[in-house]
Design a protein around this ligand. Structure first.
Ligand code: HEC
Length: 127
């Protein structure tokens, strides 16, 4: 293999590492593990407190269609709705990482596949 083809191979493999998805694909994945999503249930879940101090809306606000501020650090959080922020719900690893962390903060345990499906289906409707 010459130097040029070796370099293009390296380049190609580094590009394919981060496999991107779509909100629709992620939603299908959650629904396959649970059942049909309900955006009504998702909206209620997002805006309610679950026995602790915060709701999802504490940091992401309602409607979550604009940049907001983290309730503790004050850092800007980009809009959570995939309709106003095309970078949302396209990277499964990132989505799972933050669902895990945020659900633990709000519920004291992880969200179920049904809860994720519900919330995502609602966020996909938020304009
Ligand atoms: C204490 C503040 C805080 C609360 C409460 C919170 N989040 Fe977040 N959320 C963040 C931060 C910070 C990020 C990561 C930074 C970013 O991506 O802008 C994030 C990112 C996310 C992401 C990543 C989406 C993507 O594709 O980038 C999801 C999903 C999410 N939050 C869902 C939720 C849900 C559901 C709840 C309620 C159970 C919730 N969040 C509550 C602060 C919060």
């Amino acid at each position: 293999m010459n130097k040029k083809s070796f370099l293009s191979l390296v380049l190609l493999s580094s590009i394919s590492v981060d496999v991107l998805s779509t909100p629709q694909e992620l939603l299908k994945g959650y629904e396959a593990q649970s059942g049909m999503a309900s955006s009504t249930r998702g909206e209620q879940f997002f805006n309610a407190k679950h026995g602790k101090e915060w709701s999802c809306a504490s940091c992401h606000e309602n409607p979550p269609n604009h940049d907001t501020k983290h309730i503790v650090t004050g850092k800007v959080i980009k809009s959570l709705s995939p309709n106003t922020n095309p970078e949302r719900f396209i990277d499964q690893a990132k989505v799972e990482k933050w669902f895990k962390r945020n659900c633990n903060d709000v519920l004291a345990h992880e969200c179920t596949a049904q809860e994720k499906a519900d919330v995502l289906s609602w966020l996909m409707k938020v304009k």
